[in-house]
Design a protein around this ligand. Structure first.
Ligand code: NAP
Length: 494
């Protein structure tokens, strides 16, 4: 069944070359240029993605712009049905999608399974929530000087064509979390999947197609960001760019996209602030989960700990014991692998290793891990780290947790607020009131008290400040973010 389902999206060679989707047909690009996707698990070639040409992008954009007009007019309950069908197709193909994702991006079997299940639930939840999005009316006489009659009928309208760009680390979930709300609110979507992770992304597009998204409403163009990114995000047909990826890429896209509406989820560099009255067992297990799940390749991963020297000395042995029982490095295909598999490529692993070495040369000490084998980096704990070392001033997408010691809560807040990133922070304390007071000092999107940073549950608001994002996501917030207010003002006869 999977072969029949996904057959059209590649040329069926071994390894296959994947086609792009113009909204109707799966096509071979005239560019002749391809990128090989190498599995970080075993170095094998998973397949190749094509780089589409500018003319091919123009054609997909034109088709999307024309199709959007009828799509927005389609009754919402029809669009909702299509999304529920897509969620069902995701569930029916979950085993196929899991093994593909494990191989393509090296995410463990368990984590891939939860990504797929969460995506199906998310698409259903979007569809249900879209049905309760409503407009409002306003009377003019609330405002001084407008005693006589105007009434504003305020609805939500689509933007038009949304360019959706997803990162490698959640290639199904973070693609669906852009495509589904944008389609539900009447936009058409031209999707650019990440190159590594793009094969998983193309399978998702095929699922939306099979669920009944009409011709032209969802297109998918492939090619590296370097090859097609600038042309795509500055395209005159695009009204909005919905992007998830690194802060540097986001910054570059914002410059190119000029007056388009932007919805960005970017990098994070999330701290854990441990107060002296914290529950150390709880804190240690949240640190392990937060820092090492999917080998630290999550925007919400914990990257550094702020605490006093005395608390650091007490929590470190608890942390190392917890790592002994919870962290095992191994093959992500095995159901036994706990938390740490490979990072996305050998090149990424070499970079992480070099930044660890740079920190050590600057005075940091390795208390656990620190070694690399091909694309695998050991779960690593560093102490004696300073806030200006690259290991914490940049977003290092790997399994590394750094300890920085401070003298006071104010010093913690100054370090957090001095960062260029502002996604999430977490505070560990038994006194929730102190946690709330400290949270108020932190300029980040979300503060978690007694839990590691995370995106879910997906209906909570999710946002980043500074270089961590633009706009707010989370089911209702995403539906609002991909639509605009459309007032029609009735001027009553005098
Ligand atoms: P990335 O290198 O910035 O790439 C993200 C996406 O942007 C990919 O599809 C990439 O395509 C594309 N791209 C690259 N250059 C582009 C350009 N000039 N114009 C248009 N598109 C371009 O990020 P990544 O390594 O895939 O993902 C990891 C990053 O995403 C981390 O920084 C992580 O924190 C962030 N992230 C944030 C969130 C959040 O919710 N805040 C969630 C997940 C991930 P190619 O793959 O073809 O280069």
């Amino acid at each position: 069944m999977n072969e029949e389902m996904f057959g059209p999206i590649s040329d069926q060679a071994t390894p296959p070359v994947y086609r792009y989707f113009n909204g109707k047909d799966w096509l071979t690009s005239s560019s002749g240029k391809t990128s090989e996707i190498i599995s970080p698990v075993d170095g094998s070639v998973v397949g190749s993605l094509q780089a589409v040409t500018r003319e091919e992008i123009d054609a997909v954009m034109d088709k999307a712009a024309h199709a959007q007009v009828a799509w927005e007019k389609m009754p919402l309950n029809h669009r909702v049905k299509i999304m529920h069908l897509a969620a069902d197709w995701i569930r029916q193909n979950q085993d196929y999608l899991i093994s593909l994702m494990v191989r393509e991006i090296g995410k463990s079997h368990g984590e891939s399974k939860s990504e797929i299940a969460r995506t199906a639930d998310l698409v259903d939840y979007y569809a249900n929530e879209a049905q309760s999005i409503k407009g409002e009316t306003l009377d003019s006489d609330n405002f001084p000087g407008f005693d006589k009659g105007r009434i504003a009928l305020i609805e939500r309208a689509a933007y038009g064509v949304v360019v959706a760009i997803a990162p490698f680390n959640y290639p199904v979930n973070l693609s669906a979390s852009k495509i589904a709300p944008a389609l539900l609110m009447g936009n058409s979507v031209v999707f650019k999947p990440p190159t590594q992770g793009g094969i998983s992304g193309l399978h998702l597009v095929r699922i939306f197609e099979k669920a009944g998204v009409p011709e032209g409403v969802l297109g998918c163009v492939t090619g590296t960001g370097e090859e097609i990114g600038d042309y795509l995000v500055s395209h005159p047909r695009a009204a909005m760019v919905a992007f998830t990826g690194s802060s540097d890429t986001g910054y570059a896209i914002a410059g190119k996209a000029s007056m388009k509406t932007l919805l960005f989820e970017c990098g994070g560099n999330n701290p854990a602030l441990i107060l002296p009255d914290a529950d150390y067992n709880l804190t240690a297990s949240e640190l392990v989960k937060g820092a090492f799940s999917y080998s630290g390749q999550r925007c919400t991963a914990i990257k550094y700990v702020l605490t006093t020297p005395a608390v650091r000395d007490e929590i470190l042995p608890v942390l190392l014991r917890t790592m002994d029982s919870l962290v095992k490095m191994g093959d992500p295909r095995s159901p036994d692998t706990k938390l740490v598999g490979p990072v996305v490529s050998e090149k990424a692993a070499e970079y992480i290793e070099s930044v660890i070495n740079e920190a050590v040369a600057g005075g940091a000490k390795i208390v656990r891990g620190g070694k690399r084998d091909k694309a695998f980096i050991e779960a690593t704990v560093l102490t004696d780290v300073k806030p200006d070392m690259k290991i914490v001033s940049e977003e290092i997408f790997g399994p590394v947790l750094s300890f920085i010691t401070v003298a006071s809560n104010e010093e913690m807040a100054n370090i957090v607020n001095g960062s260029r990133f502002g996604l999430q922070a977490c505070i560990f304390t038994r006194d929730e009131g102190s946690g709330i007071i400290l949270a108020a000092l932190l300029n980040v999107g979300t503060v978690q008290i007694n839990g590691s940073p995370q995106r879910g549950p997906d209906h909570f608001p999710f946002l980043g400040v500074k270089r961590s994002g633009i706009g707010v996501q989370g089911v209702r917030y995403s539906l609002e973010a991909v639509s605009r207010l459309k007032p029609v003002v009735l001027n009553k006869p005098q």
